[in-house]
Design a protein around this ligand. Sequence first.
Ligand code: ATP
Ligand code: LTN
Length: 331
Amino acid sequence: MSDQKQRVFSGIQPSGNLTIGNYLGALKNWVAVQQENENFFCIVDLHAITVPQDPKVLAEKIREVAAIYLAVGLDPRHCTIFRQSAVPGHTELAWLLNCVARFGELSRMTQFKDKTVRGGSDSASAGLFTYPVLMAADILLYNADLVPVGDDQRQHLELSRTIARRFNHTYGETFVVPKPMILSAGARVMGLDDPTVKMSKSAGSPGHYIAILDEPDVIRKKVRRAKTDSGSEVTATADKPAITNLLDIYSATTGRTIPELEDEYEGRGYGDLKRDLGDAVAEALAPIRTRALELLSDPAELDSLLAAGSEKAREASAPVLRDARSRMGLG
Ligand code: ATP
Ligand code: LTN
């Protein structure tokens, strides 16, 4: 193996309260791989505005995401933490790549379809439609090798790879073709109130999700009220989507395997599982909450961390943007 570090890029939208889905599907894995790589972890505020946001709330959420990045254990010595909108290269490259991506490809993106089911695609913003191109720009701008994300981002990652390959083929070798990094446990946490939809920070009532910043007692209560399936056996089977989801959260939170957990709860009911799971999640998130609240009490410090991160991100991305422009004849 070469001792050259791999580049890692990922991001989360400041579009609501970060959930245990964001933690288990993304953040936990970022922390796990940070030491052996060179990392760029972005607060993707330009993605958040593809759907309406209250400007005041958005500004607060941006800081909150920065605090959570630090509180889960991301270390600024290993990671560049920054805001997408502070690095103009993201939007500039997105435009170049908008001219490489195809309308048909974007029309097939399931996230766009899911997010426009209710209101219809006619009234969706054009930004929501080209969202995956901005995501490709985020990743390609840093020549990232690895992108740790939850399972819902698989299709967007595949599109980023297609765009990188097409650009390289048309204009000459420019971009690294990035690889997704998706772990098995916790890659797709489902809603507590409805195990058929992905848990999401911007949809549903508070009972739908566990927020990283929820108080321990609130977490226990939400788990207690989570939907269950008919029957009483604690097994992760296709006819038990709700219990399967609870076991998946349990497994990803504690590192214990699902068969181990099924054995432990054999002959016991859903009530026992929920009580222990509520305790395990509350215990795992409590120190993160405490640290995040401490960090949020000093907004100037968070702002200065983000300013330093943006500066580093601008420097790292400038040569790639210059190269892409010049390959297209815009040097
Ligand atoms: P929104 O509801 O605003 O669309 P979201 O919380 O679904 O947002 P993002 O901010 O777009 O998601 O996601 C950030 C990261 O968290 C991505 O890597 C995504 O795959 C991961 N993620 C989001 N929700 C889940 C989930 N329920 N299970 C596992 N991973 C998730
Ligand atoms: N689309 C992502 C958020 C995101 C992202 C990225 C993830 C925007 N840019 C770059 C990884 C790499 C989502 O999770 N919905």
